[in-house]
Design a protein around this ligand. Sequence first.
Ligand SMILES: [Zn+2]
Ligand SMILES: [Zn+2]
Length: 153
Amino acid sequence: MKEPLVVFTDYLARKNLKMTPQRRLILEIFLKESGHHTSEDLYNIVKKSDKSIGQATVYRTLKLLCESGLAKEVNFGDGVTRYEQQYGFSHHDHIICEECGKAIAVVDDKIEQLQERLAAEHGFVLTGHEMYLYGICADCRKKDKKLKADTED
Ligand SMILES: [Zn+2]
Ligand SMILES: [Zn+2]
């Protein structure tokens, strides 16, 4: 597997773009931060290392990272675009808590196979899918219960 830096440099070269120190720093920070981050989250981290980098540069670089296959946009139904690492990570789906916004990566072989079977029944060969499950996480349910108990007293 090629290093992410090589993947990105090659991609930029194909687009006649240069690997600048700014792009390199944004890539490094993106790779270091695991999980799902908005462009603004990453901008707030980037500006601690380099104040000269603007929010628009971070946003545009994230778009380029997506196009190069290193990053992926994820949408958890709250209208906010977040980015996660894609390169070298195997396929996974997400469960999102509608109360606190926590998102966890999940994968279930049976569900994956069922999706392929469903597609085949309609004459398709699957090339990809996104599955987002929404609910209330255990922590938030505990809090809700406590809140109810408190008001009932
Ligand atoms: Zn899946
Ligand atoms: Zn929650």
